[in-house]
Design a protein around this ligand. Structure first.
Ligand code: GLU
Length: 454
């Protein structure tokens, strides 16, 4: 069957950076090992799943540059889950429970109050046939729990090394809800078996599920767990200390895309953050694939700093060839020349900032408060020198003549000359070389901008 990995988002919202990291690490691993990549849509929660999110997930992955070899919908596999549940019942590993959420919460609380771990007491296992009957007669519907075995479970985690779980570590998990629908654990394990998943790469928040899933795999098919390897990467924390999930609203891929973050900057960031590699932008997913290695992932929680993502974006944009960015620029309705790109690419945080420099060179700018403080004689000298400079031999020569003339007429040079000039001509404190910007502005526009101060 070959090796398979899977990325399994729930279509209950937009993909965020945490999901993107799961997708990317699975993708890089697959491309490195020659494994295939399954996009599994975990849509058993019919109330919260939406087709629009399924579409958004696919668009976001495509934007990231991640392609999939197959797509599967859990909602299409309900029968397989029901069959698996039936087999577990027949083996005595799935048993009906009738406790209400309130009763369970009460039990939990009292166990905690006694300083005991809040593990389900398996009271339902002791119910007699008659008791079952009378509960059913009162109209109660059971949920179904998987009976964990007492055996110790261990696995060699690709990132955490050897993990050992003792038999009595957890409550018997609910696999089938009162309404008959399977919960994530059952659906996920049945699919992992069905699709021959060979490596599960996911966040460390799932680490507590793994021992249960291994037991379930073994119950459904002997020795199947040994065919799967696991790797749980530590989660990010926002720089301010809060968990990423709390800020996810602001960190959807759609939002980052709209804010002009380049997919390769995001992928570089997600692949490198929390690893021993330098946090730097890579020019292709292929380069990221070559560097990808579980052993580089640090066990400490990494800090997600949006400023660092912006830094990578800036760095990436300064390296990308025009041909590549031009496609994205045109999609965003921005049309510029190679020369203009070369002029501004070192001074943008995102592609959208190109528009800012377009305004500066070809549009209208705000007056600069700093320039207003200048000596009026300086403005007059600028006008005179611009009038004398000719564009006959090109804008570069015009600029050269203009600066020479202005230096002589005002006796200024260096920052004393160029800083006020920059404020007058661009309205900005910093930016690309003035000489280069001036070649786009042209002499007439430069004159108009000086005249505003007179
Ligand atoms: N749908 C699950 C999630 O998004 C998948 C977890 C897994 O990879 O097993 O958390």
């Amino acid at each position: 069957m070959g090796e398979w990995v899977r990325f399994a988002p729930s279509p209950t919202g937009l993909l965020h950076v945490g999901n993107a990291r799961a997708a990317l690490l699975n993708y890089l691993y697959a491309r490195q090992k020659g494994a295939r990549f399954l996009l599994r849509i975990d849509d058993t929660d019919t109330e919260r799943s939406q087709p629009a999110f399924v579409e958004a997930i696919q668009n976001d992955l495509t934007w990231l540059g991640i392609s999939w070899d197959a797509i599967a919908f859990q909602s299409a596999h309900l029968q397989q889950y029901a069959l698996a549940a039936e087999r577990l019942r027949a083996m005595g590993r799935l048993y009906p429970c009738y406790e209400t959420p309130e009763e369970l919460a009460f039990q939990r609380k009292s166990l905690l109050a006694q300083g005991k771990p809040p593990i389900y007491n398996r009271a339902a296992l002791a119910l007699s046939e008659k008791e079952h009957q009378s509960l059913e007669n009162t109209g109660r519907k059971p949920h179904w729990r998987f009976r964990l075995s007492e055996e110790r479970v261990n696995w060699e985690d690709g990132i955490h090394g050897m993990m050992v779980f003792e038999g009595t570590y957890a409550s018997d998990p609910v696999l089938v809800r009162e309404d008959g629908l399977p919960v994530y654990t059952l659906a996920s394990v049945v699919d992992d078996l069905e699709f021959g998943i060979s490596c599960v790469i996911r966040g460390a928040d799932h680490m507590t599920n793994t021992a249960v899933q291994i037991q379930l795999l073994e119950a459904l098919e002997k020795n199947s767990a040994s065919r799967i390897s696991w790797a749980h990467y530590p989660l990010f924390r926002m720089r301010s200390g809060e968990e990423l999930s709390k800020r996810l609203g602001g960190m959807s891929l759609q939002m980052l895309r709209n804010n002009g973050i380049h997919p390769l900057a995001l992928c570089s960031f997600l692949a490198k953050l929390g690893t021993s590699d330098a946090l730097e932008a890579c020019l292709s997913l292929d380069a990221l694939r070559q560097d990808f290695d579980f052993s580089k992932i640090s066990l400490a929680e990494a800090q997600f700093d949006p400023q660092e993502l912006n830094r990578l974006n800036r760095h990436l944009l300064s390296m990308l060839p025009f041909g590549e960015v031009n496609i994205d620029l045109q999609k965003a309705g921005i049309f510029i020349s190679t020369e203009f790109w070369k002029a501004v690419r070192g001074n943008i945080n995102t592609l959208l900032d190109v528009c800012h420099w377009q305004e500066v060179c070809f549009g209208t700018i705000e007056s600069s408060a700093g320039a207003q403080q200048e000596d009026p004689a300086f403005f007059r000298a600028c006008i005179l020198c611009l009038e004398r400079a000719s564009e006959k031999f090109g804008t570069e020569k015009m600029w050269e003549d203009f600066i020479k003339d202005l230096t002589q007429s005002t006796g200024r040079n260096g920052r004393n000359l160029f800083h006020p000039l920059r404020l007058i001509l661009t309205g900005q404190e910093t930016g690309p070389e003035l000489r280069v910007l001036a070649s786009f502005m042209g002499r007439t526009r430069m004159m108009q901008r000086v005249q505003k101060y007179l």
